[in-house]
Write a protein that binds this ligand. Structure first.
Ligand SMILES: Cc1cc2nc3c(=O)[nH]c(=O)nc-3n(C[C@H](O)[C@H](O)[C@H](O)COP(=O)(O)O)c2cc1C
Length: 448
């Protein structure tokens, strides 16, 4: 792959309080502002000033964390991003919404509205939701099995896509002279009748500036990879090693090409959580200072959600009891589970070492060092077929992000790896993605 002219994609992955699970306790953090929208508007403006591609918000339709220890209360993402849209001009706005716990029509309206309001900056992180607890918030007797969630997600995405295309681009006329507001012949019902959904349409808002928000996905299981290769335009992923990231990158690009897609229209973006210091020792001290704020009960809770076993009764300084981790259970299908099991098998950590290893970014890659070292790591993965860019996951806010923007981004720019200026105004422009034509307009042309 030629790297000439390739530019990094950089998203700011915002996690309330910072990505390190104990960051909210760090002396520079502002936990009291966790639900202050101006705090996030300020953060997004900083990311926009640094010419980042997008801000990204994760989400789940349940309170999965242990509230005693966790700062993870959060706004609903589209609401949150709409407020950020009002405070910014160009930065992309990617929000997470579940296909398992939403209705296609409502979700289509929400993201089409965000795309209109933001002038074409919306992206949808399509998740099937792995937290089984969510089922209890939606009257389901149990969380749908992994495969069924992805089956529903495929139908869900088909319906939403057709709803977003149900108004042809030139349907809205709003012509006071003729008195015609919209060309009814260019506004189409979708008449979907499927296994999981029945949706007539059309959508009650015209086609948005991007045509469709950008499709983002973050699964890594076999179902996840197949879904991503077919539909995703950006894929978030978590990898601990260059080799694992290269394998994923190569696999997804090959799958997409086999489906007739152009591999460059699918940005693969691993997470990176940088602890920065003027020396490696200083960066290590910063990491240790925040690690020392870990509350093991919270970490063990998180670990239980990831691997399905409760290690609360074990000696923290004893080995991880590998034999009780069921690799054939339902958890085994989720990618993050495998990532943790690989760490245990590779590094044979004590329980305390494992929870410290995961505390920084829940299995995403943590890089500790000088700005040059972090830039080298970014450039290395970017140029060796492991990434098209990164979700930057500051361990704490806002200092952890300020340091990245003031010290690492200039190095990446100097190396010609990252934009000096936006060349467009929409998220599709930033990602180098085409604006999709309306399916109905294409069908009309074929039948003309
Ligand atoms: C960067 C990143 C962000 C994610 N954000 C969310 C999220 O907000 N909500 C969610 O339910 N899952 C999230 N996930 C998890 C994936 O969407 C997916 O549910 C998980 O990988 C299981 O999918 P799989 O079984 O296909 O691997 C995220 C994963 C990554 C790598």
């Amino acid at each position: 792959m030629s790297n000439a002219g390739r530019q990094l994609t950089l998203n700011l992955f915002i996690y309330p309080g910072g990505h390190h699970e104990a960051a909210w306790r760090y002396k520079e953090s502002e936990p009291e502002r966790v639900l202050d929208i101006r705090y996030y508007q300020e953060l997004a403006r900083k990311a926009e000033a640094a010419k980042f591609d997008a801000v990204f918000l994760a989400d789940g339709p349940s309170l999965a964390e242990n509230v005693r220890y966790s700062s993870r209360v959060r706004f609903e993402p589209v609401t949150w991003l709409t407020a950020i849209a009002a405070a910014t001009e160009k930065i992309g706005l990617i929000g997470t919404a579940s296909t398992t716990y939403n209705e296609p029509y409502n979700l289509a309206r929400l993201f089409a509205s965000l795309d209109h309001i933001s002038g074409g900056r919306a992206g949808w992180n399509i998740v099937t939701t792995s937290d089984a607890g969510a089922a209890h918030n939606f009257g389901l007797p149990e969380h749908p099995p992994h495969g069924e969630r992805y089956e529903k997600a495929r139908e869900f995405l088909d319906v939403v896509t057709r709803l977003w295309d149900s108004w042809e681009d030139d349907a809205l006329l709003a012509d006071p002279r003729s008195g015609v507001f919209a060309d009814a012949g260019k506004v189409h019902r979708i008449d979907h009748v499927g296994k999981h959904y029945r949706v007539r349409g059309p959508l009650n808002i015209s086609r948005s500036p991007q045509g469709r928000p950008v499709y983002v996905q973050a699964g890594s299981s076999e179902d996840g990879r197949s879904f991503a290769a077919q539909f995703a335009e950006a894929i978030f992923t978590a990898h601990q090693t260059l080799q694992s990231a290269q394998e994923f990158y190569c696999d997804i690009k090959a799958r997409a090409a086999a489906l007739g897609r152009r591999p460059e229209h699918l940005r693969i973006l691993p997470g990176i959580s940088p602890f920065l210091g003027s020396t490696e020792a200083e960066a290590k001290r910063l990491e240790e200072e925040i690690d020392d704020l870990i509350q093991p009960a919270a970490s063990l809770d998180q670990l239980k959600r990831m691997i399905g076993v409760d290690l609360g009764g074990y000696d923290l300084d004893g080995p991880v009891p590998r034999h009780i981790i069921d690799t054939n259970g339902p958890k085994g299908l989720a990618s993050r589970f495998q990532l943790v099991v690989d760490i245990v098998d590779r590094e044979n950590p004590t329980i305390r070492q494992l929870i410290r290893r995961l505390a920084g970014a829940r299995g995403h890659r943590v890089v500790v060092g000088t700005p040059e070292h972090v830039a080298d790591e970014i450039q290395g993965w970017f140029e060796q077929g492991a990434a098209d860019g990164f979700n930057v996951m500051p361990p704490y806010l806002t200092g952890g992000f300020d340091a990245f923007v003031t010290e690492v981004v200039p190095i990446l720019r100097k190396r010609g790896l990252f934009r000096q200026e936006y060349s467009g105004t929409t998220l599709r422009d930033h990602y180098g993605l085409p604006r999709p034509d309306s399916l109905f307009a294409a069908e009309q042309r074929r039948s003309a």
